[in-house]
Design a protein around this ligand. Sequence first.
Ligand code: RFL
Ligand code: PHB
Length: 389
Amino acid sequence: MSTERTQVVVVGAGPAGLLLSHLLHEEGIATILVEAQDRDYVQARVRAGVIEHGAADILRRAGVGDRMDREGLPHEGIELRFDGTAHRIAMTDLTGRHITVYGQQEIVHDLTERRLADGGDVRFACGPAAIHDIDSAEPSVTYTADGGEHRIVADFVVACDGAHGAGRPALGGALTPIEKVYPFAWLGILAHAAPRIHELVYANHENGFALYSMRSPTVTRLYLQVPSTDRLEEWPDERIWDELALRFSLDGQPWEPTRGEIFERSLAPLRSYVGEPMQRGRLFLAGDAAHTVPPTGAKGMNLAIRDVDLLARALTEQVRTGEEAGLRTYTDRALRAVWRAEYFSWWMTTMLHRFDADSAFDRRVQTAQLTNVVSSRAYSTALAENYVG
Ligand code: RFL
Ligand code: PHB
């Protein structure tokens, strides 16, 4: 087995891992980033689309926001649609801030290009890495590539390896999982179709939730709430388009998104999860490795960006001065934003989805809640503040 040494090993080349290794590089700290999948796979993976105000600022300050600012779509409002009526939440009027619609895979692309241009050590196709000795002064990561076993010893290991990585199990008995599973999933599609409207639409229909989003002037992104037991084969194109038109109905009439060739489709289960604490010994968790939110609040990638911003500062302080206070308090500081986002995402999810178990009472209360949100300035402002971040 080959053995190398570096200051920080980062596991996982999603937005969290790539941004962290970039931020540390900017501070003169050496990292090795190991990713299980190959580069094409990582860059093609379609996920988030909404960048909140604060996360966009972190990317700009890090010098990796140029293309986002050029090609991202600034949005100043969203629409809530229920009972066949459309209601706009004027986010920018209410908060002075806006969101940017820019695909997560574009951010991953921009960060990867930047890491490689800076001579960063980013290793794709390593297979699942394993994490060792986190309670010692010499934690390490091992992986197998090109038929050989490799070990990297470091001062710190940061797991940015998502919900199914090596980070969560490495915390062992120190980890308390706190979670909620929803009885449905999102069927998401990307279609070559010009968006029919230019703001996101969150629709609550008796058949379930639907979301209208976009990626560019020629690509539409759409989602449908489906039972968690559904399979993609049960959703041929026609059925998807018809169901979308129905769920977006206005004044009793189906409202058709512009149709086009569907070139990507996937199913994502919805869950809320926080693993506490987000650290043990010399191991730190960031992004989806530490927490998951249902996508209804569009918070997952934004939280990942906030976590690594905090962690990069704390690691820099430790490396420069030996001061460990920032690292010791990382979990507590990160969890403040995490739990607010968990609350907002749960609130949006329960307000906008249909639950089979709901009684007539639950349904009426849900409608009353939506009515409050669209008719009271205080409620709309609370939604807008949380949404734009
Ligand atoms: P990622 O992106 O999952 O990256 C983890 C990386 O780690 C690798 N890996 C390993 N590598 C080496 N060794 C191991 N043992 C490994 N195990 C795993 C994986 O291959 C992968 O490359 O985590 P990260 O960086 O924390 O980023 C989190 C975001 O990806 C996630 O929160 C968002 O996609 C969530 N999300 C949204 N977030 C938003 O902020 N705004 C949105 O609009 C939004 N929409 C969404 C979403 C997520 C969705 N799905 C698919 C769950 C919409 C959807 C449908
Ligand atoms: C997306 O465009 O993929 C998207 C937008 C808003 C959400 C979730 C996903 O709440």
